[in-house]
Design a protein around this ligand. Structure first.
Ligand code: DHB
Ligand code: MG
Length: 225
């Protein structure tokens, strides 16, 4: 089955379920105009994140990897009234594009953007003893996924849901010999999820306008000591 069919079908669903959302279209346009890589989630995936966050009544969301803030805005829209999303972006240019997108989207008051290397930002959150998060979306540089998971597990409660984006990588996740540091990071991340007996985890493969990829989904069943 060819990638053009996946994209066409994604377009079909997008036309029905996401339709014209001028705010989000503007975010994609500004990200593109500033030369950001097209690594945002697709519109249907954005709606999936929104529905997931609403389903669990998320009031505190942590996103690792902001890029232009497209998924951040989807997740921010799902927050309860007093809710907040902390989003971490190491790249200064991406963070400045995202910051402007947060203002333009009217969602700025619900979003805290930390323009820092994610391991540093996460360690600071741990040291500060911040309240645990309800939902954690891991979507930054994939080679560091294991470190992000390690730190993020100090910021959870029983019931926290953790999503890891882009774990299939056109099937390369199943290639034990891959020398690609992103694939190796994702494979270690999956091993760490599997070996962690405080979590239940699964992975869902996806096709669509973003090609062949997928995500992990985990829930914290008990706290680790
Ligand atoms: C890549 C990263 C992403 O977060 C994404 O959604 C797609 C691709 C990448 O690094 O290749
Ligand atoms: Mg991604």
């Amino acid at each position: 089955m060819a990638a053009d069919v996946w994209a066409r079908v994604d377009g079909y669903f997008e036309d029905r379920f996401v339709q014209n959302d001028p705010v989000l279209l503007e975010v994609l346009k500004s990200s593109d105009e500033h030369g950001l890589p097209p690594h945002n989630v697709s519109p249907c995936q954005g709606m999936f994140l929104y529905i997931l966050a609403r389903s669990i009544c998320a009031a505190r969301i942590l996103e690792i990897g902001t890029l232009g803030g497209y998924s951040t805005i989807w997740l921010a829209r799902a927050l309860s009234d007093q809710g907040v999303i902390l989003t971490i972006e190491a790249n200064e240019k991406y963070a400045s594009v995202a910051a402007k997108n947060f203002v333009d989207s009217g969602m700025k008051d619900k979003i805290v953007l930390l323009n820092k290397e994610a391991t540093l930002a996460l360690q600071e959150l741990v040291d500060k003893g911040v309240e645990p998060f309800d939902l954690i979306f891991v979507d930054a540089d994939k080679s560091n996924n294991p470190a992000y998971l390690d730190l993020a597990l100090n910021l959870v409660r029983v019931g926290t849901v953790i999503i890891g984006d882009n774990v299939v990588r056109e099937g390369e996740v199943a290639n034990a010999l891959s020398q690609d540091c992103r694939v190796r990071g994702v494979r270690q991340f999956c091993d760490d999820l599997a070996d962690n007996n405080t979590l239940k985890s699964t992975a869902i493969q996806t096709v669509g306008s973003k090609g062949y990829d997928g995500f992990t989904m985990s829930i914290v069943e008990q706290l680790q000591f």
